[in-house]
Structure formats: structure tokens, C-alpha cells
Design a protein around this ligand. Structure first.
Ligand code: PMT
Length: 396
């Protein structure tokens, strides 16, 4: 934290008074603190408190010192932006990209990671709109510091109490740690399914949505990497900062990976590549007959095994989607495909494919094993990158 630029945004909730204690803690840890208070925050706390704690001017309006273009200056200087507490109103504005005051302008203009600590009444927190806005921010890579359950200003007990100071500091530290961690790394990620055409309207494929790979790409960007994403057919939008190549078949994915592999320092294969394709692709829709038909198949290239065979310093992480003997099967792939590590997930039940939660175990070497636990694919992307960074550092 020492010497790092932290921008603390305080919005108008009763928990705003706790932001002063957080400001003090951040300053004591050595942070250079810029504080932006919204107009509603000023109804709960005074600018003088924060100015004295930070020993720097506090910002309360888009229209002060206009000649300095404060929202752009603050946005560029910040290494992390932490909004503590974040009201339902500010969260909604951030999710929608509304910029109608200094703080929301700064958030829109910054490339620094965002930490958001919601605090509000339980019903407001649990409202579908708030939940959707929080999910949007999380999907964009913001670190959400979950509110606690406890005593609320309205003298009720429930969810919505601002997270404790330790959790807030840890989230800010984690965001700062991540910012440049992958600077200089060129990351290649495969994601999504492949489609192997039978005729113009039918194909062989699987249920992969591309979510896990897209989240890994988003997190790599947040940590300062350059990212090439080779993405199979999906309706999901890749992160804007990634160079994305959209492909359909396994052979197209193989070509796109080969073109990019020489430049990469880390490759992660989350794609669910079809191992087989129809031996013949019909030019016209195959007519229905009453007789059962058989489909002749031929092998697709193993994209990951090909990368493993010519690694040349590339740090290579595979995924294994298994339904039985999870770790034994994954370890066999780890060795056969010459990987540095493999993340295994159980796709036999509710989890694995799609936008929902997942659970991963990372395996490496003969006995290396780290349980990354269960969570959203966004959370697992953060944990997997933490583990990859650690593992790669150990290998040096
Ligand atoms: O996309 P989502 O909906 O978010 O779902 C995520 C996921 C379940 C697809 C993902 O977490 C996952 O497990 N991906 C790997 C799926 C898979 O195909 O596993 P596999 O055991 O068949 O293959 C092992 C590894 O070899 C994978 O890294 C795969 O990308 C790679 N492979 C496989 C076959 C092939 N022909 N070429 C490959 O590169």
C-alpha cells in the first residue's frame, strides 16, 4: 500500500462515517489518498474530516477547479478506486454508466480496478434491480466486498451492513496487488465450444458458453496482461481490451491458436473442443428418412496437446471437464498434454457449463493440488490467476 494512489469514493449512506476510519487506516498503511465525496455523503460526514486525515484536498464537485479537469486527473492518477459505502443509487448509476457527478465520472474515466462495498437496507440490497446491478459490476471485474448481516440504522437485524474494515482493506490491497501483476505477460486463452457442421443447419457441439474463459481473460486484463482470446461460438461479449478471434470449428480454433502461440507467455485452454467432427459435411440440408442413419466421424486436432509438444517456455494450463474419477483423469491429461497445470471441474451435475457457479481444483506436477473451491466463474477466475501467478513464480 505504501506510496500507492488510492481513490476513496464516499456516497450518501449512514455508513459514510465508517469511511473516515478506513481513510485513517489507509493513510497509516502509507497510501496516498484522494477522497471524493458525493453531495449526499456530505449530508452525513464533513469534507474537513477527510481532508485532515488524508492531508490532501478533498473533492466534492465536478465544477471545482474545472481548469484541472478533476474527473480525468483523478481517474488517471488512481491505482485503485474504492467506493465505501456504495449506496443502491450509486451502484445503479455505475452499472448503467451514468455519470452525473464527480465520483461517477471518475469511475467511468478510470482504468484502475474498482472495489465496491455496498451498504444499505436489507430489502434494497435484495431487490432484483440492486442484485442485477451488483452482478453487472462484478461481471465487469469490480471487486464487491459483500455487506455483512448485523444491526442496521433502521434498528433491524439483517443483510446490508457495511463490511468490516479488515475486509475492506484486504479488498483494496488485493486490487492493488493485482494491477500490475501480469504486466509484460502475453496471455492466450481458448474459450467456448466448437461447432462441427453436419450440414448447413446441423452441427455437433457441447454446452460450453465461454463464460469461464471470458472471465479469465477479463481478470488477466485487470492484472495488466495483453490478452488474445480465441473464442468459439457464443452470444457472450468478450472483454473490450482483449484481442478476440471468433472461430467456429476445432480446426479454425487450432489455426487461430497456432498463429498466436509463438507470441504468448501463458496459455490457458478453457475451450470445450469437439474431439470429433463429421467425416462429411453436406452442402445441403440432409433430408429426413425413416431409416436410422449413422454418422461417420474423424478426429479433430488436439490443440492443447500440440501446444504442449512445442512449449518453448510457454506456461501452459489446461482444463479438464470430467464426470468421474476427476483427478485421476485430469492428471493423465496433465502428463499426456505436457501441461504445467490443469484445472479440473465436475461437469456431471448442475455445475460446470454455463453462466452459473463452478468449482475447480488445480493440479500440477506429481502431487501438486490446490482446491480453488466453489463460486461464480468470476470469483474462480480471480482465484485461478492467483494460483497461476504463485505457481509460475515458484518455477522461476
Ligand atoms: O464455457 P463455460 O460454459 O464457462 O464452461 C466451462 C468449461 C466447463 C467448458 C471449462 O471449465 C472446461 O472444463 N473446459 C475444458 C473442457 C474440455 O473439453 O475438457 P477435456 O477434458 O475434453 O479437454 C482437456 C483439455 O484439452 C482442455 O483444456 C481442452 O481445451 C483441451 N482440448 C481438448 C480437445 C481438443 N481437441 N483440443 C484441446 O485443446
Amino acid at each position: 500500500m505504501n506510496g500507492r494512489r488510492v481513490l476513496l469514493g464516499v456516497t450518501g449512506g449512514i455508513a459514510a462515517y465508517k469511511a473516515a476510519a478506513l481513510a485513517s487506516r489507509l493513510v497509516q498503511a502509507g497510501a496516498i489518498l484522494d477522497v471524493v465525496l458525493t453531495a449526499d455523503a456530505l449530508r452525513f460526514v464533513g469534507a474537513a474530516t477527510f481532508a485532515a486525515l488524508a492531508r490532501r484536498p478533498v473533492h466534492t464537485s465536478l465544477w471545482e477547479r474545472v481548469e484541472e479537469i478533476p474527473h480525468i486527473t483523478l481517474a488517471r492518477e488512481a491505482e485503485v478506486v474504492a467506493i465505501v459505502p456504495a449506496t443502491a443509487n450509486t451502484i445503479a448509476k455505475l452499472a448503467l454508466g451514468i455519470a452525473d457527478d464527480l465520483l461517477t465520472n471518475v469511475v467511468l474515466a478510470t482504468r484502475a480496478p474498482l472495489v465496491v462495498a455496498p451498504a444499505m437496507n436489507t430489502a434494497m440490497l435484495e431487490h432484483d434491480a440492486t442484485r442485477a446491478h451488483i452482478a453487472t459490476l462484478r461481471a465487469r471485474g469490480a471487486e464487491i466486498v459483500e455487506p455483512e448481516i448485523g444491526f442496521l440504522a433502521e434498528r433491524e437485524h439483517g443483510a446490508g451492513r457495511l463490511a468490516g474494515e479488515d475486509a475492506l482493506v484486504a479488498a483494496i490491497e488485493h486490487a492493488l496487488l493485482r494491477t500490475n501483476e501480469l504486466a509484460g505477460e502475453r496471455v492466450l486463452i481458448t474459450a467456448g465450444p466448437t461447432r462441427e457442421p453436419i450440414d448447413p443447419v446441423r452441427f455437433l457441439s457441447n454446452a460450453s458458453s465461454g463464460t469461464q474463459g471470458i472471465e479469465l481473460a477479463r481478470e488477466a486484463l485487470a492484472r495488466g496482461a495483453e490478452v488474445d482470446l480465441v473464442l468459439g461460438p457464443t452470444s457472450l461479449e468478450p472483454p473490450a481490451g482483449a484481442r478476440t478471434a471468433r472461430v467456429t470449428t476445432a480446426r479454425e480454433m487450432d489455426d487461430a491458436v497456432r498463429e498466436r502461440a509463438a507470441n504468448a507467455t501463458i496459455a490457458i485452454a478453457t475451450a470445450a473442443v469437439a474431439d470429433w467432427r463429421p467425416a462429411t459435411t453436406h452442402a445441403h440440408k440432409v433430408k429426413k428418412t425413416d431409416e436410422p442413419q449413422s454418422l461417420a466421424l474423424e478426429r479433430n486436432p488436439d490443440i492443447l496437446a500440440n501446444l504442449g509438444a512445442q512449449k518453448n517456455g510457454l506456461f501452459l494450463v489446461g482444463f479438464a471437464a470430467e464426470t468421474e474419477a476427476l483427478e485421476t483423469s485430469a492428471r493423465e491429461k496433465l502428463v499426456r498434454k505436457q501441461l504445467d497445470a490443469i484445472a479440473v471441474n465436475d461437469v456431471g451435475g448442475e455445475r460446470g457449463f454455463g453462466a452459473g457457479p463452478n468449482a475447480l481444483v488445480l493440479l500440477w506436477g506429481v502431487h501438486g493440488r490446490k482446491d480453488l473451491g466453489a463460486g461464480s466463474k468470476r470469483e474462480l477466475a480471480v482465484r485461478l490467476w492467483d494460483a497461476i501467478v504463485e505457481l509460475k513464480a515458484e518455477r522461476r
